[in-house]
Ligand binder design. Structure first.
Ligand SMILES: Nc1ncnc2c1ncn2[C@@H]1O[C@H](COP(=O)(O)OP(=O)(O)OP(=O)(O)O)[C@@H](O)[C@H]1O
Ligand SMILES: [Mg+2]
Length: 359
């Protein structure tokens, strides 16, 4: 399929809490926002990353396309969750073409699903021998193996077709968020550095640790903002809408803000301990430490969450807002609104930039 530079794809991030669509134009370092919109999904549309109510999602997406007057036909979407396997593995040294022919045989032992039910992709990372003894053989190379259950991909593709879009690329949330980060970064400044990008979503905490600009470790931790919401619901007798607002810092006068903060902080215990475990795994396998953390996703909008992570992980933490890396026309968009929602757009913006890989 030929996609010219003038054919911006419509990025569609179907999250558990909301759908985001984005489109950007221009070229590297000079990107401009063409479209961004976000619409909440009803509870139960996506459960644990799996589409459960496709019709609801199709309706939502159709509305967004209509309101935003989007006429682009090609889309880029993404997948997340535990049906996605991303692993660094070693395989015999061969060309990318040879590996394409042999990837199923090489990957089979690493995939906990039937090989016929998964779609496989790979990226050659390193053709040099590895640091550990067992990886010292010179006739091997390191690859990043990606395997996704086919029905998970198909359910997302079906949604796109149902709204009249043609899927050009299906990506992963953990790759898209790094792509969004790179829009605003001078790659030269971060050589050797290990950076963890953490997207605090509704049902997942998406994590990608990059080293030397390459993905070194990824994980979709199956806990997210919904856990915080249910903890707040069991503590405070308020309607769901009011509960959601507590996270935004809108606290009714009869409720003590200290109590709200305590519940929110406590609800992050599990996520923080899983992130910590991932960092430890990364440290032992790579012999290095995570140098800094970038928090993004809806959870990054909770006031003080950066301090909480920084304190627990003993690592500098910043908030990643990909809108800062692209030009936003003040006449077309409300800059304040775009700035305040930036972290919610990370996966969508990262996906929207994908088409430029075709240049
Ligand atoms: N302004 C805000 N302040 C605080 N929390 C917010 C704000 N906006 C959204 N959230 C919270 O962020 C979470 C949703 O984040 P996000 O949109 O990144 O998730 P998602 O992409 O839909 O889910 P997932 O990636 O897990 O499928 C919800 O728990 C929501 O309560
Ligand atoms: Mg998300």
């Amino acid at each position: 399929m030929f996609l010219s530079e003038k054919t911006p794809l419509l990025a569609v991030d179907i999250g558990t809490h909301s759908v985001k669509v984005a489109q950007i134009s221009g070229s590297k370092n000079k990107f401009e926002l063409m479209n961004f919109s976000i619409m909440p999904l009803k509870e139960g549309c996506i459960v644990d990353g799996v589409v459960q109510q496709p019709d609801e999602i199709v309706d939502t997406l159709e509305k967004m396309i209509k309101v935003e007057k989007i006429d682009t036909k090609y889309a880029v979407a993404s997948i997340a969750g535990e049906a996605v396997i991303i692993k660094k593995i070693r395989v015999p040294l061969m060309t990318a073409e040879e590996l394409s022919q042999n990837i199923e045989k090489e990957a089979e032992q690493y995939i906990p699903f039937d090989i016929d039910d998964v779609s496989i992709d790979f990226q050659i990372l390193n053709t040099k021998p590895g640091p550990s003894e067992e990886n010292q053989k010179e006739d091997t190379m390191e690859i990043l193996l990606v395997a996704v259950q086919r029905d998970i991909i198909e359910s997302r593709i079906d949604i796109l077709y149902d709204v009249g879009l043609r899927p050009a690329i299906i990506d992963l949330d953990v790759f898209a968020m790094v792509n969004a980060f790179e829009l605003g970064v001078d790659l030269k400044t971060r050589e050797q550095e290990a950076i963890a990008v953490i997207d605090l979503g509704e049902s997942f905490t998406h994590l990608n640790i990059m080293q030397d600009g390459l993905t070194a470790y990824t994980r979709d931790i199956p806990f997210g903002g919904s856990h915080c919401t249910s903890k707040l619901m069991s503590k405070f007798d308020l309607p769901y809408k009011e509960i959601a607002k507590l996270k935004f810092g809108v606290i009714p006068s009869e409720i003590k803000s200290d109590e709200v903060v305590e519940v929110i902080v406590k609800s992050f215990d599990k996520i923080l301990s899983e992130v910590q475990k991932s960092f430890e795994f990364f440290s032992t396998t790579s012999n290095s430490q995570v140098d800094r953390v970038l928090l993004t996703g809806g959870g990054a909008l909770i006031s003080g969450v950066d301090g909480l992570f920084s304190h627990h992980l003993e690592t500098p933490v910043e908030i990643l807002n990909p809108m800062k890396g692209i030009k936003v026309n003040k006449r077309k968009f409300d800059q304040k609104m775009i700035d305040s929602m930036g972290p919610l757009s990370t996966v969508a913006i990262g996906l929207a930039a994908r088409r430029f890989d075709y240049q």
